[in-house]
Design a protein around this ligand. Sequence first.
Ligand SMILES: NC(=O)c1ccc[n+]([C@@H]2O[C@H](COP(=O)([O-])OP(=O)(O)OC[C@H]3O[C@@H](n4cnc5c(N)ncnc54)[C@H](O)[C@@H]3O)[C@@H](O)[C@H]2O)c1
Ligand SMILES: N[C@H](C(=O)O)[C@H](O)COP(=O)(O)O
Length: 325
Amino acid sequence: MGDPSGIGPEIIAATLADPSVTALCRPLVLGDRGAMERGIAVAGVDLAIVSAPDLIPPAAAAPGTLYLRELSTLNADQMEYGRPTPAGGDACYRYICEAARLCMEGTAAAMATAPINKESLNSAGHHFPGHTELLAELTGGHEVVMMLAGERLRVTLVTIHEALSRVPELVTFERVLSTIRITNASLSRWFCRAPRLAVLALNPHCGEGGMFGDEESRIIAPAIAQARAEGIDATGPLSADTLFHFACEGGYDAVVCMYHDQGLIPLKLLHFDDGVNVTLGLPIIRTSVDHGTAYDLAGTGRASAASMKAALVMAAGMAQTVQEI
Ligand SMILES: NC(=O)c1ccc[n+]([C@@H]2O[C@H](COP(=O)([O-])OP(=O)(O)OC[C@H]3O[C@@H](n4cnc5c(N)ncnc54)[C@H](O)[C@@H]3O)[C@@H](O)[C@H]2O)c1
Ligand SMILES: N[C@H](C(=O)O)[C@H](O)COP(=O)(O)O
């Protein structure tokens, strides 16, 4: 359900009231009854909550029902709109843990997450930068890669939630290579055969022959060479300022980016409404919205549910692919 003080509950309600989404999957919300009742009212949709402590939603669920596993009972203070609280952060943590457990044991085919507030997660004593890192730990410590995807562009990140000042030291041969490998393996499995990957430079103009940095020749180019030797169609290092234009025109299936904003600014510019965040490398399927808790909009009914819908549709599609393999 994500952060009870944000837009999560209302965009979930809008999503589950859309028959084109529920035609593809049997959703079970892990969350809080009070927050979901309020979300349904804010979204202005007609949904009846069915309590599902152990129940899995039936294949022929009655239209207009929302199956809810109640993992918290927050009071009004603890879910006040626009304010992160430790109780809300702890509740989010429990929703995520239970979703991971259901996916790991095979009861659920996939999870799609609504946004959390990282400050409230951490204030509750759960010291993770986001879902991605928490899920990596909960599912066995696999190396994971954050991908954000839309129709026109997919980006994956070598470094994720890091201070910009630390990025150069974190862009290592091993990290670049493993991001390329995981991107290639995951895209091949879920999205396209033999993906064409563009790998970005870190510095302007690829370092301009060493004038503006040498990570390209020292680290990124050798990692690309190794990936190519393994049969991966990776090209680069390429200058970030121009590459996105060509990627959007269909030149590449994904762009491997060195840091968060290098990839997420172009992605959200093009796909803020319908982009999906996918965690690659996990043993389970996890998708998410491409936006945050939007405290400024929570409770107004003005938040778009398009990314939440896209996240569910993508998760259902990925789960279908698994069944067909
Ligand atoms: N998947 C996630 O859990 C996730 C993703 C991104 C950010 N966050 C967290 O969310 C919190 C707030 O982050 P932020 O302010 O940088 O980003 P944000 O996405 O919450 O908000 C940025 C801007 O986009 C608008 N916006 C966001 N979602 C929208 C929607 N569905 N419809 C219309 N407008 C929307 C907001 O009103 C705001 O103006 C932070 O704690 C951040 O870490 C969580
Ligand atoms: N970096 C993501 C974004 O800006 O959309 C976001 O913070 C999500 O992180 P998790 O999926 O790890 O919570």
